[in-house]
Design a protein around this ligand. Structure first.
Ligand code: GTP
Ligand code: SPV
Ligand code: MN
Length: 628
């Protein structure tokens, strides 16, 4: 490098830059990077350009190292097995740091352990970080990844820069976000960006054995957010939402805080469009907790004729009411899908399978002897007797021992959204798409009908506040417990949850806002033999069809104590054998207990931060249920 270049490097600690030109970066970026380099003491600095050439070189490096191996059956696809201690998000090690505790977490009642965010003081976190980050990249390369959440240059988009010592993260960020040297131009005048620092937390030589060539530091894992200075610091994990910082850390926790300040919404929602047989298109957004069906709904293949579904996004939506038209406009800030692999097949979600047949990374899935991917759910598409190597490295033959599992339940595919056969032509529209309905839902084995329409906006916000779901493998919880997950945002909210609910309520105050109707769905109700009462997947179009008819104010709903329910016969059930009564019933005992539990829980968690409007909705719902 040039002398000038060298001097700059010398200033940041004599660390060579092996790719890119540090000196050409915007000054405020250089300043921050210099601090990160000084803190982490890498052996080299590498400035990513997001190009295919770069990905090819980095991929080869990882194959040589043994972290990735090619899946020869497909084009440019790779499989990766992690250290089995690093397989999912870790909610219990995810913190929000602010000076004022209650800007981050609610005033929970005495004795109620707050699960709507963990706060730590700047002083306490400093101590924690000081035992982690200094020297954490010793012997490793510090990579600098400039990325945009949302189309580069869109007024709805936001920029981040991630520093990481993981090549896997570099490859995945390139799929999940828009990584490009163009970003630097957009920061040329000192513009704001979210500062994302990530380290696997294993300086070299490693103090402990590295398992599966997947360096990580589970004992010291910590994911820390600083919403005020718009900063994220993640240590010890290489997996998913812990390490791809554009995703949950930035696009939900930090962006949520920005959205509150600026009057918009950053939500854990898919975005899709449905066109009915008359050719009318409507866009909807839907929030389900992790591993509860967003990707599947977003890419659904309709089982009834005449409908077309197109996908805009499968996990995160940034939405704001248009000042002129009052429409709620949404963008998908991501560029890829990081989807749950198990359960995905050509029957349940052909579009997901077709999206990930090239340029994709598969983590913690099984591999067939002919170098294809395999996971639970692909039984019918894979000949019995096929030899599979499981994610833990065990070899077995399909069909021989039913107790063998090929994949971790939170195994994921990571693939570019543009490869999706039904990706919407407007999925990168900088203006976003207009949302007509918002749907919430969860895994509710008992009591909760297939679909409920809220009585009005406030009641809808209440329905979202009382969202619950069976726990899944996307987080560290074990066993099937029904957990509260308001707005499907429990793990992802970046500020006081009471303020978050109030923020939703406040949209009603602007008469210009065209408020979408709000719905609650449940694909997971069980019968007495623990069988799903509803077939789900492609048949969910039947419920979406009903929802759109309600958006068009068709007279297909009856009022009930818990909201509007479909009139019998108003959901197209052609060709299905459905027990309507069991699927739609609202048992008085169940709902009486449920509303009490909801009030106790929300009051315990939020204390005086629980908005009065929600207390009033709870009381009204209680009164209605008592008349059932
Ligand atoms: P995250 O990526 O963790 O946010 O999950 P997600 O909400 O996108 O969930 P996803 O669509 O990946 O589904 C998770 C699991 O639920 C998969 O194993 C699916 O097969 C299963 N699933 C999805 N939709 C349905 C449905 O309609 N009915 C049933 N029974 N299962 C479903
Ligand atoms: C989720 O858990 O909701 C995910 C996967 O989408 S992760 O990126 O790990 O958060
Ligand atoms: Mn998700």
């Amino acid at each position: 490098f040039s002398e000038v270049h060298y001097l700059t490097i010398e200033k940041v600690g004599n660390v060579p830059v092996t790719k890119g030109n540090f000196q050409s970066l915007p000054a405020h970026v250089q300043t921050w990077l210099a601090q990160m380099i000084q803190l982490c003491t890498p052996k080299a600095v590498y400035i990513s350009d997001g190009s295919q050439e770069e990905a090819t070189i980095v991929t080869k490096k990882l194959v040589d190292y043994g972290q990735l191996s090619p899946l020869k059956k497909y084009e440019n696809c790779y499989i990766c097995r992690t250290d089995p201690r690093d397989v999912a998000r870790v909610e219990s090690k995810t913190f929000i740091v602010t000076n004022d505790k209650h800007s981050s977490v609610p005033h929970s009642r005495e004795g109620a352990k707050c699960i709507l965010g963990l706060w730590m003081s700047p002083q306490d976190i400093s101590k924690e970080l000081d035992t982690r980050f200094p020297g954490c990249m010793t012997g490793r390369t510090l990579m600098v990844i400039p990325f945009s959440m949302g189309p580069v240059g869109s007024p709805l988009s936001k920029i981040g820069v991630q520093v990481t010592d993981s090549y896997y993260v570099l490859l995945s960020m390139r799929v999940m976000t828009r990584v490009s040297p163009d970003i630097w131009r957009h920061l040329a005048h000192g513009e704001e960006f979210v500062r994302c620092l990530h380290s696997v937390g294993v300086p070299l030589p490693a103090a402990q054995p590295i398992v599966n060539n997947w360096p990580c530091n589970p004992e010291k894992t910590m994911i820390v957010h600083f919403p005020d200075p718009r900063k994220v610091m993640s240590f010890g994990s290489g997996y998913g939402g812990n390490s791809l910082l554009g995703k949950k850390c930035f696009a939900l926790r930090i962006a949520g805080r920005i959205a509150k300040d600026e009057g918009w919404l950053a939500e854990h929602m898919l975005i899709m469009s449905i066109t009915n047989p008359k050719g009318e298109e409507k866009f909807i957004a839907a929030a389900f907790p992790s591993a509860c069906g967003k990707t599947n709904l977003a890419m659904l293949t309709p089982t009834i004729p005449g409908y077309t579904v197109q996908c805009v996004g499968d996990d995160i939506a940034w939405m704001r009411f248009d000042k002129k038209t009052g429409e709620l406009r949404a963008i998908n800030p991501e560029a890829g899908f990081f989807g749950v692999a198990p359960g995905t097949n050509m029957k349940t979600n052909p579009n997901a399978i077709l999206t990930c047949l090239k340029n994709s990374i598969f983590t913690n899935v099984g591999e067939t002897a002919d170098s294809g991917f395999y996971w639970e759910g692909l039984e019918d598409e894979t000949p019995a007797g096929t030899e599979v190597t499981s994610w833990t490295g065990e070899k077995y033959k399909l069909g021989e021992d039913k107790t063998k599992k090929s994949s971790h339940p939170n195994a994921r595919f990571c693939c570019p959204a543009r490869q999706c056969p039904i990706i919407h032509s407007r999925w990168e529209d900088p203006a976003g798409v207009p949302i007509s309905a918002i749907i919430f839902g969860g895994r509710r084995p008992e009591g909760v009908p297939l679909v409920i329409e809220s009585l009005n906006w406030k009641h809808g916000v209440f329905l979202a506040s009382q969202l619950k779901s069976e726990s899944t493998a996307a987080a560290e919880f074990t066993g099937k417990q029904i957990m509260h997950d308001p707005f499907a945002m429990r793990p992802f909210v970046g500020y006081n949850f009471g303020h978050y609910i109030q923020h939703w309520l406040d949209f009603e105050k602007d008469p210009n806002n065209k408020l979408p109707k709000i719905f609650h769905v449940n694909w997971f109700r069980l019968d007495e033999n623990n069988k799903f009462l509803w077939p789900g997947f492609g048949d969910n179009i039947r419920v979406l069809d009903w929802i759109i008819r309600r958006v068009n104010n068709e007279d297909v709903a009856d009022v009930s104590p818990v909201g509007l329910l479909p009139k019998k016969g108003s959901i197209n059930l052609d060709g299905l054998d459905i027990n309507w009564e069991k699927l739609l019933s609202i048992p008085k005992d169940y709902w009486t207990g449920d509303i009490e539990e909801t009030l106790t829980w929300l009051d315990g968690q939020l204390g005086d931060d629980l908005p009065q409007d929600i207390r009033a909705e709870i009381q009204k719902q209680k009164d209605r249920i008592s008349q059932l």
